[in-house]
Design a protein around this ligand. Structure first.
Ligand SMILES: [Zn+2]
Length: 988
């Protein structure tokens, strides 16, 4: 058995911990060791394995008492300073200077978890030390509460007549979250099933309710729940268990046991279905047609019963798991809307749900949708499921039990927390493969198992909620007006003296955020030294060969019986107007038929033999040659050992003969894309702003803008509106792209997996090679115009916050100063942008990054209540660099923080893809090593002069884009004067 060879005897006591269980978990190649801390009752589980990426986590069950977001605000606040580390934001300081592969805190529906993971043992205990002190001994000052939670402030604290408003980081974060119909639907359709229990409340916080939370409630909540008696400590990795016990025991010993009664009350079941109709806001100029959302939602059962949950996961796959799955197909074919939405089985803490929904619909179609869904399920309950389809569902689910994914320890923590915080056995969902096997046997003994589940739990279940969300152009205005008059009334009730106090304390709060930690304060934090870093970056062991004329990389990374293949196809020479069609080609690969078979047949083949096939278009710069602009198509797949043959045959059918001629299918897919683009452009407003502002800085950025942007959405609309006349041209273009692929000199394959699978791949390559041409690849330059004036734009959409972005060109990766510039960018992010934009401005996020793939430097804010103030911070960056007085310690911290990407263990899927990208970009191990060593020898002076040189060159060429509501953009423009933004709508 893997894991450390320590022996723990049940019922014996080690370091004050009694052993409660020791179990081998062969499918995870480890041993689970469970303990209870005798004095306090704290529970500890170590999953001991050979993995060097160790995880430390503490979970507290925190069922929300109301909708004020208490658990969420507390989650933010405990990381804001503690007894032993009484400095400003120890969390962000540790993010900045540790090698953590993961460091964060998360509030789920009914628990709060504090995990860190790292590959460096010394770093592990450093981070754990800070986290343990943070959760058990936080300072929780009133200032922290006000900043993270909510506080009153004036629009302009220097002007006593300006408007009163509410601010706070969680307040703004949740305002951002509540902006979207998707999250509104989640609130209504999932929490709506539990009106009488904590699962019906919002642990994140409803922005309308957050301001009701008091500092006293906040402190009391911490005191009663963040206690060892209520602690679940999960550890993972190769650090010996004894060291963990020794580390944590002294802290726990300082507490006495309290009684911990976490109730997990079951929602009383309804006797009749319910319906909710709600408007959601869209912009005043937007088209409201085909913008409604309808969902049917059922409360199904007990989320801690693994047999039930597993059976439902299988049924979910059978009904909805691929393009040909019967319920999915019935919904798409009905044309009641554009695409499925919010569909499948979800767990909500101790209960679980089943949902079927549609987007891109009309509000008056809810009865028709209900009839369609119930009728289809009725029919399916009476029919016999095709055994192949059921086997395919089991096949799909087996990846979850085998795959060593990225963030693997965190994924295991997720499984543990599917049961542990609600009083369940923490190992329940770590035993997924056993449950799947048991479910398979159960199905063989009871062939009507899935029919019965449909009949009993869906059709015969009155605990059903129908939710209809319809677009409304007035509702935002009404909500804004109601809020404004509420604030006006509140303002009325305050005396001038009180208003002055509000302004003064909000001002003081802001000012306090601007003070950086002193070197003495920082020295209190346990930290790595630059000398703890390895001298060379971690490489992926890859062998490159040419097999039957095709370039093949084979990566030697453990992959646990799953095989990963990624194919990179050089698109050089494609006629330039076809680049905009690449996403359509990828949709054809994912959703159409091929080789004379219908899309249904192809979808079934895909789900019976693969864990998925992906296709995407990529553009990037060559790593050492600035003149090379790489435009590629990427096709990736994963498959089990026994399935590699059929998988590769399917891949060949798709690449050689994908067939875009089914026009009915084409319309359905374009409608799905339109609905998807609409959601993506608004919900990921930061990326929308980034692509918009970057498009004239590099050829790569221009092509990315072609793929997804407001104009790309308009092109989809045009295709749909004129489908009859343009469809033949579209089909022809997709076929041109397809035929362009058939040249072996364009192909590079990256493979990770077993010898047996590799042999099958080799023989397949021989067949493929014979079908591919052997022409030289000649590029056709893609026409491109750099910005000649640098735009300042605003994109208006339905949202309550802003995403601000400033983009400038970046030096090419081959410039010798790039590693130094990157360190300066890292410091700017943590020392200027986060304090000014997050801590003072109360935005949820702020960042700066060098994107060497598309050749741009991007500064951004995320879910930001401010526009003018944030743009001013962006503009100060150059001056901040001029004034920076970094010490070698600052530089060392940024080296360590930046190096975490280099030391991160690569899991097989990610390694397959990254090895390929590095290879095609010419980013060799030698080149990476040179860059790494330049960083290791950085000094304050070299970083500063690299930054100054870059800013002198590039800052005058900056473009700006802000995505926000029309009102907020107009407001900002009133103050921006000559720098006003040119505003247009995101959505047509
Ligand atoms: Zn948060």
């Amino acid at each position: 058995m893997a894991g450390s060879s320590e022996v723990f005897v049940k019922a014996e006591i080690y370091e004050g911990f009694r052993v409660t269980r020791v179990v081998d978990l062969p499918s995870l190649r480890g041993q689970a060791r469970q303990f209870e801390h005798v004095k306090t009752g704290a529970k500890l589980l170590h999953l001991s394995t050979d993995d060097s990426e160790n995880l430390f986590s503490i979970t507290f069950p925190t069922p929300p008492p109301d909708d004020t977001g208490l658990p969420h605000i507390l989650e933010h606040a405990v990381l804001g300073g503690s007894k032993r580390f009484p400095l400003r934001e120890p969390f962000f300081e540790m993010v900045k200077m540790s090698m953590a592969t993961f460091i964060n805190a998360m509030t789920s529906q009914a628990y709060t978890v504090y995990p860190i993971a790292t590959n460096v043992k010394k770093d592990f205990f450093n981070l754990a030390e800070v986290y343990v002190d943070a959760v058990y001994f936080p300072e929780l000052t009133e200032q922290t509460f006000r900043r993270e939670g909510h506080h009153l402030t004036l629009e302009d604290n220097q002007n006593p007549t300006s408007k009163l408003k509410v601010s706070g980081i969680v307040y703004n974060e949740m305002k951002g979250a509540y902006s979207t119909p998707e999250s509104l639907m989640y609130e209504l359709a999932s929490r709506g099933l539990y009106p009488d229990t904590p699962l019906g409340r919002d642990s994140g916080g409803d922005p309308d309710i957050i301001p009701e939370l008091t500092y006293g409630q906040f402190k009391a909540f911490h005191q009663s729940l963040y206690h060892p008696s209520n602690s679940l400590i999960f550890l993972y990795g190769d650090i010996p268990t004894a060291e963990h016990l020794k580390f944590i025991a002294p802290t726990l010993d300082r507490f006495d046991r309290i009684s911990s009664v976490i109730a997990t009350p079951k929602q009383p079941r309804w006797t009749a279905p319910r319906t909710v109709n709600k408007p959601y806001p869209i912009g005043t100029g937007e088209d409201a047609s085909a913008r409604s959302f309808i969902t049917l939602n059922w409360l199904i059962g007990d989320a801690m019963d693994p047999a039930e949950v597993t059976a439902w996961s299988v049924l979910d796959r059978i009904l909805l798991g691929n393009e040909a799955a019967p319920l999915k197909r019935a919904i798409i074919d009905s044309n009641l809307g554009a695409d499925l939405f919010f569909s499948g089985m979800f767990g909500a803490a101790w209960e679980y749900e089943f949902h079927v929904g549609i987007k891109g619909s009309e509000g008056d179609r809810s009865a028709a949708f209900e009839t369609l869904v119930l009728g289809t399920l009725e029919r399916l309950a009476d029919a016999t499921f095709d055994a192949g389809r059921v086997e395919a569902a089991f096949q799909q689910l087996s990846y979850a039990t085998l795959e060593v994914t990225s963030q693997f320890p965190l994924r295991l923590l997720g499984f543990v927390n599917d049961a542990w915080p609600f009083g369940g056995d923490p190992l329940t969902f770590l035993r997924l493969s056993e449950h799947l096997e048991a479910c398979h046997q159960r199905w063989q003994a009871e062939p009507d198992l899935f029919n019965r589940l449909i009949r009993e739990r869906i059709l015969g279940n009155p605990h059903r909620l129908t939710v209809v969300l319809t677009p409304d152009r007035q509702v935002q205005q009404q909500a804004d007006d109601a809020f404004a008059s509420k604030m006006a009334a509140k303002r009325e009730a305050f005396s001038p003296v009180q208003i002055a106090e509000i302004a003064a304390s909000a001002d003081a709060l802001q000012k306090a955020q601007g003070v950086a930690n002193t070197p003495e304060q920082l020295a209190r934090l346990p930290q790595l030294r630059a000398s703890d870093l390895p001298q060379t970056p971690r490489n992926i062991p890859t062998t490159v060969s040419r097999i039957h004329g095709i370039q093949v990389l084979r990566n030697d990374v453990f992959s646990n019986g799953v095989n990963y293949l990624e194919l990179d196809i050089d698109m050089a020479g494609l006629s330039p107007e076809l680049y905009a069609i690449l996403p359509r080609f990828c949709e054809a690969v994912g959703k159409f038929g091929a080789a004379g078979q219908s899309y249904e047949t192809i979808a079934e083949r895909r789900s019976s033999c693969t864990g998925g096939i992906s296709c995407s278009a990529q553009v990037m710069r060559h790593a050492s040659d600035p003149s090379q602009n790489l435009r590629r198509l990427r096709i990736g797949l994963k498959t089990l050992d026994g399935q590699i043959g059929p998988t590769l045959r399917l891949l060949a059918d798709l690449i050689f003969s994908v067939d875009p001629r089914d026009k009915k299918r084409s319309v359905d897919v374009l409608e799905q894309t339109r609905a998807g683009y609409r959601t993506a452009l608004v919900n990921d407003g930061m990326s929308t702003a980034r692509r918009q502002a970057a498009r004239g800085h590099s050829r790569e950025a221009a092509i990315e803008h072609l793929f997804l942007s407001p104009p790309a959405l308009r092109r989809i609309e045009t295709l749909l509106n004129n489908f009859e006349t343009v469809s033949d041209e579209l089909i022809h273009q997709i076929e041109q792209v397809r035929d362009h692929l058939h040249n072996r000199n364009r192909w590079t394959i990256s493979f990770t997996g077993s010898d047996n699978a590799f042999e099958i791949l080799e023989s397949m390559l021989k067949e493929w090679s014979a079908r591919l041409s052997d022409q030289a690849v000649i590029d056709l330059p893609v026409p491109f115009e750099f910005f000649n004036t640098y735009p300042r734009e605003g994109l208006a959409g339905p949202m309550k916050v802003a995403h601000c972005v400033k983009v400038m060109p970046a030096p090419h990766l081959s410039h010798p100063d790039v590693p130094l510039f990157s360190l300066g960018v890292y410091l700017a992010r943590f020392d200027l942008l986060l304090p000014e934009i997050r801590f003072k401005g109360n935005a949820y996020g702020a960042s700066a990054s060098l994107d060497d793939g598309s050749g741009v430097f991007v500064i951004s804010s995320y879910r930001d209540p401010n526009i003018v103030q944030t743009l001013a911070v962006f503009d100060r960056l150059g001056e901040w660099v001029d004034r920076a007085a970094w010490s070698q310690i600052d530089i060392d911290r940024s080296i360590i923080g930046s190096a975490k990407g280099v030391e991160r263990p690569l899991r097989p899927g990610e390694a397959t893809s990254l090895a390929l990208t590095r290879f095609v970009r010419g980013d060799t191990d030698d080149f990476r090593k040179r860059r790494y060593q330049t960083a290791l020898s950085a000094t304050p002076k070299s970083v500063k002069s690299a930054m100054q040189e870059m800013f002198a060159l590039y800052a005058p060429r900056s473009s700006v884009c802000v995505v926000s509501s029309r009102e907020k953009l107009d407001d900002a423009n009133a103050k921006l004067g000559a720098g006003a933004l040119e505003i247009s709508d995101i959505l047509p």
